[in-house]
Design a binder for this molecule. Structure first.
Ligand code: PLP
Length: 584
């Protein structure tokens, strides 16, 4: 699958990858969850594959936020202030954009991402905290997903318009593909357009101009619910971007019901559009029936997410795995006891961290379930606790269980915060029978420990809202099987009893909350726990085939090569639906 180098070098210019959040390092808190971690994994894989890519994001000086949980599970937040100086290099050029009728200056900080064979992918973090900006404009690159709508729209202007200006100032003039990771950066298309028309009136743009921009833009959508898409009141958009821009956006149908829809803007200007799993492609097509939506299923960066014990194991048995993740297929011949040993070590590391953080000593021989991701309603982190009596009975009669949780709720997500409290309540009710620990501050470092150290990775999203999900892929790299609702990537990765287990059987329909938890308990009771305690060899075989079947495929190397083949290197899509005669 690895492309011959010649084909990669044919690729004379760059891919510019735009993302509002990027997870590069646990010490750089400029990501909130899956979207940012995916961006980091994409850039890391591009560096490994020597693909000439650059990343563009915002500096987020106050990070996402630090999470504090009290004894009842009430979440409070404080800024996750960090020092860009420690990790990034400030670059000399300053550029400016006009928003809200005034000039905002922007500079960039550079992070150098080194690939396996030394190729470097620079990532530019845009920063408006400059003396010449007014007080408010200086804060625009402070908080990821903080502030109100106006703040957010201005941030998106900095990312899209400022990002293009900065690339030019840094000498990246001939970029072949602009990849928008979610619609937050969609305004970049307007910057490209005004560059092409040399600042001339937008009203005078021709369909050839638009086609030329489309030729360069790629859009990955991540949100399977209409409410998740970024929209702004038209009046506000007019204030921020100016009247002429809004008239133009209306003309190309990117505004509806007095709002500017960033997804429509990205769809309009992209020649290649994709969802992040096959199921998500389907769901996105039904939301945007006029567009040719493809899918490239997400993947995770193998060496980032593989624990040390498994790295050593793979280095020993399949040493090629680092430069070509397909070799993980051959994990199928690793001796079972070696898998067991590596997992026991990863589990020990996790339990030591649980003890260090919470003072709770979990038992290494007890089956340990893990659940960690953003705490938000559709993820249903409390589904496991739908019937506490049943759960207690299972733990007492079939085999003991312990559960480790993690995940932050967005500061304004009251539903997400309530979920965390409910888990604390359940933990109290289960005390003495099923130990439940909720760890604060779920981040990349904790994800790495948790996905590797538990015995079963649980995911219970409400269908069809999980666009892909990636933490189960991290678990697979460490031989940890998933137990999940059939949605997102798991529809593709699930082979019953071979790579893990499904919660429920069908995947086409919407979730039925009153059934899902019954499926969950039934399978735990009758299949999974009995296998874990009674059939060690069979359980370890599941662990091993999880690696061979899923880690060899759901990795970022395969994902980036698919982007290369299907999106970056292909030519324009001349069948774009907005490319009809009456189009401007
Ligand atoms: C991988 C990861 C996620 C995404 O997990 P999902 O399974 O996609 O919900 C979120 N947060 C962190 C810190 C991660 O490492």
């Amino acid at each position: 699958m690895i492309k011959p180098m010649s084909q990669i070098y044919l690729f004379t210019s760059l891919v510019a990858y735009f993302s509002m959040e990027v997870g590069l390092d646990p010490a750089i808190p400029t990501y909130s969850g899956g979207l940012g971690v995916l961006a980091g994994d994409t850039l890391r894989a591009a560096a490994d594959l020597s693909i000439p890519m650059v990343g563009v994001t915002l500096l987020h000086r106050k990070g996402y936020f630090r999470q504090h949980l009290d004894a009842q599970g009430n979440q409070t937040e404080s800024p996750a202030v960090w020092s860009p100086e420690e990790f990034l290099e400030p670059l000399p050029p300053w550029v400016s954009i006009t928003i809200n009728g005034r000039k905002v200056s922007i500079r960039a900080w550079r992070y150098m991402l080194h690939g396996l064979s030394g190729h470097i992918v620079p990532v530019y973090f845009l920063d408006t905290a400059l003396d010449e900006n007014n007080q408010w404009d200086r804060t625009l690159t402070d908080c990821l997903y903080g502030g109100d709508e106006l703040y957010r729209l201005c941030q998106e202007a900095v990312l899209g318009l400022g990002g293009i200006a900065m690339l030019r100032a840094l000498g990246h003039r001939r970029v072949q593909a602009y990849h928008m990771n979610e619609g937050h950066s969609a305004l970049l298309a307007l910057a490209l357009l005004s560059e092409r028309t040399q600042g001339g009136s937008l009203q005078a743009t021709t369909s050839a101009d638009i086609e030329a921009i489309r030729h360069r833009c790629i859009f990955t959508t991540h949100t399977p619910v209409p409410a998740g898409h970024d929209i702004f009141p038209l009046e506000m958009a007019q204030q921020v971007l100016g009247e002429e821009v809004i008239r133009f956006l209306q003309r190309i149908n990117c505004c509806s019901n007095d709002t500017l829809n960033m997804t429509y803007l990205a769809l309009f200007f992209s020649r290649y559009i994709n969802g992040v799993s096959m199921r998500h492609e389907e769901v996105s097509r039904s939301m945007f029936p006029n567009y040719p939506i493809n899918s490239i299923t997400n993947g995770v960066h193998a060496t980032t997410w593989t624990s040390m014990p498994f790295c050593r194991l793979y280095d020993h048995y399949i040493s090629e795995w680092r430069h070509d993740n397909l070799y993980l297929r051959y994990a199928i011949s690793i001796p079972l006891e070696k898998i067991r040993e590596a997992h026991a070590e990863a589990k020990q590391e996790l339990l030591a961290e649980v003890d260090r953080r919470s003072g709770v000593r979990l038992n290494p021989s007890v089956m340990t379930l893990g659940f960690a991701r953003r705490a938000t309603a559709y993820k249903r982190s409390d589904l496991l606790f739908s019937n506490l009596d049943r759960l207690k009975t299972i733990a007492q009669q079939i085999g003991p269980l312990q559960i480790i949780y993690g995940g932050k709720a967005h500061p304004h997500d009251e539903g997400g915060k309530a979920l965390i409290r409910r888990i604390f309540e359940a933990a109290n009710a289960l005390r003495g029978i099923v130990p439940v620990v909720y760890l604060e501050e779920y981040d990349m470092a904790l994800a790495r420990l948790m996905c590797a150290g538990v015995d079963l990775w649980v995911n219970t999203p409400k269908r069809p809202q999980e666009a892909s999900g990636t933490s189960g892929m991290k678990a697979a790299l460490n031989g940890v099987p998933s137990f999940s609702i059939l949605d997102g990537w798991w529809i593709e990765g699930h082979v019953e009893g071979v790579t893990g287990w499904s919660i429920g059987e069908d995947w086409g329909l919407e979730s039925n909350p009153s059934k899902d938890y019954v499926f969950l308990y039934n399978k735990l009771e009758h299949i999974i726990i009995p296998m874990f305690y009674g059939r060690h060899k069979a359980f370890t075989e599941v662990m091993r085939s999880t690696i061979a079947i899923n880690a060899s495929f759901f990795n970022a190397q395969r994902m980036v090569l698919q982007y290369l083949e299907n999106a970056y290197l292909t030519s324009a899509n001349h069948n774009h639906p907005d490319n009809h005669p009456e189009s401007p």
